[in-house]
Design a protein around this ligand. Structure first.
Ligand code: BDP
Length: 713
């Protein structure tokens, strides 16, 4: 309000050129400084000639049909152009027939050979069309056009695009009390106590940001679900959100607690084969549709980490999932059943648990069911081999579950771009139908020809002004969205897109930041879990190192269960000599990993237990390589800081300072990880820190105390 008033006074008193300068300044001021506008900041195009050329060719917007969403698309285009060009074209009902009058037409075209969300953009200086079969395609086309304008010069171009995955979804682990499980960016963005009466303006900002990526589904609540979300009181609140999201093409899903018939319905059981239970879910589903006619469906975590499920009644995952599918018959919605299940068996291997439970169920699920599998077999570790279920269930559609929130990846203080990690998983070859059977093709449904396809990302959003805590966390939300649209996209291209739209268009900044983003994940892995180590984080909070953790609620929640360090060596033997988890993969995949001499070093200790003096193909012994990597990781964080400082002038200063501070924390904690792990493993190897590296200046006991602080009351 105040900014607008000041602007009006300035406008009245200024000449034109000064005005455009002030315009640029204000657009910058209100859009780019705190990161709250995400990739929709649309800061002014700096190159005046290019800006003028775009402005010349974009003088008006017209649209073929006046649906609510077409109008929304036009408004979004106006908003974007206002930012990029400093002024916005007017809407015109009819195409102006004047020479020199060029603009954009948003045009519905039933004859296009694209899916209902696809679009075609044709830009020329003398006129631009954005065509789609449906108005949602037009909206997606508008966002894509605004993105392209920031990446290209004003020269003719054509873009034809459509999503490869049908459901592109965020999973929020948000609780009814406003907390977020594994959230590091403040409290929940959903204000349950205010809904449905007050609609926080951020709901719409959130919907815009997602729609710009093509995200079309949102599960609002934690998979460790409260039955409260199924009460009519909460359904009314959820309906209010659904109404905000609908114009943006986003459908709502709810995580459900399997015990709800008992806790909420007062029934004696929640057995999925009990007729009263089945009726309860049917009635509840009908009720949900009275509030949300286009309800997306249910997400279920069952018989996992203490959550209730069909196994409590001697039934299977299939019985539970199919009961919910039955309740959804006649509606559009689906059941998303999670495969994140594992049992505490001190002599077993958690790696194999989900496979053991789900493989025998292949082909038994209702067509409305999709099984959602985490990218790796353990639990969102910084680097995991792809989950062996991908490619192993040809008769069951499988959804990908990635984690965007950085639970095990430094939370909100470490800069880790996840695009490359997602890409590594999606490009992995399962060999399920011969070479080229990538995880991406399993997920998009093309490999086994499934109707439903889904990619989910566990959200990293919160109430912080910049949404994600670490400003770079935004890039992970962005990368997830782009890969959900097209799992074959390139992570570096995505990184660059994000930088250009969100941080800086200055050439040097773009290349430095893209580089930094692309190497950030490998750096993190080096100072935390090099060579395929996994699951050695602080108990419960999952922050910082605790490789010495040997007692917990379950053996497979400790660290020693995974690294198995002893005087004789380190690593989890998953070959035929011990757990044989490798056998769950196709023979060609096994071939890549089964021989420790040829196994990629990134996965070595995932599959092999090796002596400390094992000679690697780098020429180093295992011990020397391990320790060297910890040291390299620390050094790389120092280099990140220096490179970050080199682009200071090209980054909005609040974001610059924010990241600079976080990099200092990261440097301190990289050292924490290095010292904790090297000193701890040294107890077993009894070997010296390799020559040329300065041994840690603190003792293991001192480092152990750092983690202990997290448990003080
Ligand atoms: C683990 C998290 C836990 C989640 C669980 C899940 O630590 O908070 O509830 O995954 O995915 O990574 O169900």
């Amino acid at each position: 309000m105040e900014i607008q008033a000041v602007t009006m006074i300035l406008i009245k008193t200024m000449n034109k050129s000064l005005l455009s300068f002030v315009g640029i300044f204000f657009v910058f001021l209100v859009t780019a400084q705190d990161g709250s506008s995400l990739w929709l900041g649309y800061s002014i195009l700096e190159n005046e000639t290019e800006r003028a050329a775009y402005a010349e060719s974009l003088q008006f917007i017209s649209f073929s049909d006046s649906t609510e969403r077409m109008q929304l698309a036009s408004k979004e285009l106006q908003k974007g152009l206002q930012g990029l060009l400093g002024n916005s074209p007017h809407e015109k009902k009819k195409l102006p027939n004047q020479k020199g009058m060029y603009g954009v037409q948003l045009q519905l075209d039933e004859d296009l050979t694209l899916s209902k969300e696809g679009f075609e953009i044709e830009y020329t200086p003398q006129g631009t069309t954005i065509k789609a079969k449906k108005d949602l395609g037009i909206l997606y086309g508008v966002y894509a056009f605004l993105r392209e304008m920031q990446l290209r010069k004003p020269e003719p171009f054509t873009v034809v695009d459509q999503p490869k995955v049908k459901i592109r979804m965020l999973n929020h682990w948000d609780n009814a009390n406003g907390t977020v499980e594994r959230g590091y960016a403040g409290s929940s963005i959903w204000k349950w106590f205010e809904l449905p009466y007050r609609l926080d303006p951020r709901y719409e900002d959130y919907a815009r940001a997602n729609a710009a990526l093509g995200i079309n589904g949102v599960t609002l609540n934690n998979v460790n679900a409260s039955s409260r979300f199924l009460t009519s009181e909460y359904l009314e609140k959820i309906k209010a959100l659904a109404d905000v999201f609908r114009p943006y093409g986003i459908q709502i899903y709810i995580s459900v607690n399997f015990r709800s018939p008992k806790t909420l319905g007062g029934l004696a059981t929640s057995d999925p084969l009990d007729p009263a239970v089945r009726k309860w879910w049917k009635d509840k589903t009908r009720e949900i549709h009275q509030y949300i006619p286009d309800f997306g469906g249910f997400l279920v975590k069952a018989n996992s980490e203490g959550e209730p499920g069909p196994q409590d009644y001697g039934r299977t995952h299939k019985d539970g999932a199919n009961m919910l599918a039955d309740a959804l018959q006649g509606y559009e919605g689906i059941v998303i059943w999670r495969a994140f299940v594992y049992k505490a068996d001190p002599n077993g291997d958690r790696f194999k648990e989900a496979y053991k439970q789900f493989k025998p169920l292949d082909g038994t699920f209702d067509p409305k069911v999709i099984v959602q599998v985490k990218n790796g077999p353990i639990d969102f570790m910084p680097r995991e081999p792809f989950h062996p279920l991908f490619g192993a269930l040809p008769n069951t559609p499988l959804a990908m579950e990635f984690q965007i929130t950085q639970e095990y990846l430094g939370q909100a203080t470490h800069w880790v771009y996840l695009g490359g990690m997602y890409q590594e998983c999606l490009r992995s070859d399962t060999y399920a139908k011969g070479p080229g059977s990538s995880v991406a093709k399993v997920i998009d449904g093309s490999l086994f020809e499934h109707e439903i396809s889904l990619m989910a990302g566990v959200a990293n959003t919160g109430s912080d002004a910049n949404w994600t805590g670490h400003p770079m966390g935004q890039s992970n939300w962005y990368a997830f969205g782009r890969l959900a649209w097209n799992p074959e996209m390139d992570a570096a291209t995505i990184a660059k897109e994000w930088v250009v739209q969100s941080l800086s268009r200055k050439e040097e900044a773009v290349s430095t930041l893209t580089d930094l983003m692309m190497s950030s994940h490998a750096t993190y892995v080096k100072y935390t879990y090099p060579l395929g180590l996994h699951h050695m984080m602080g108990e419960g909070h999952h922050y910082g190192p605790q490789p010495w953790l040997d007692k917990s609620g379950r053996p497979d929640w400790t660290s020693v269960y995974y690294h198995r360090a002893s005087a004789s060596g380190i690593g989890f033997d998953r070959t035929g000599n011990y757990s044989d988890a490798l056998d769950l993969y196709h023979p060609e995949v096994q071939e890549n990993w089964k021989d420790p001499q040829s196994c990629s070093l990134d996965y070595l200790l995932w599959f092999h237990h090796l002596p400390w003096d094992f000679k690697l193909n780098t020429g180093n012994t295992l011990w020397d390589e391990l320790i060297t990597r910890y040291y390299e990781g620390v050094a790389e964080v120092e280099q990140m800081s220096t490179r970050w400082e080199s682009v200071q002038a090209q980054i909005p200063s609040p974001i610059y300072e924010n990241i600079r501070g976080r990099l200092k924390i990261q440097a301190k904690e990289a050292l924490w990880w290095r010292d904790a792990c090297t000193l701890y493993f040294k107890e077993f190897s009894q070997l010296p820190i390799p020559e040329g590296l300065t041994p840690p200046s603190r003792t293991l006991e001192e480092v152990k105390k750092l983690e202990a602080i997290y448990h003080l009351r």
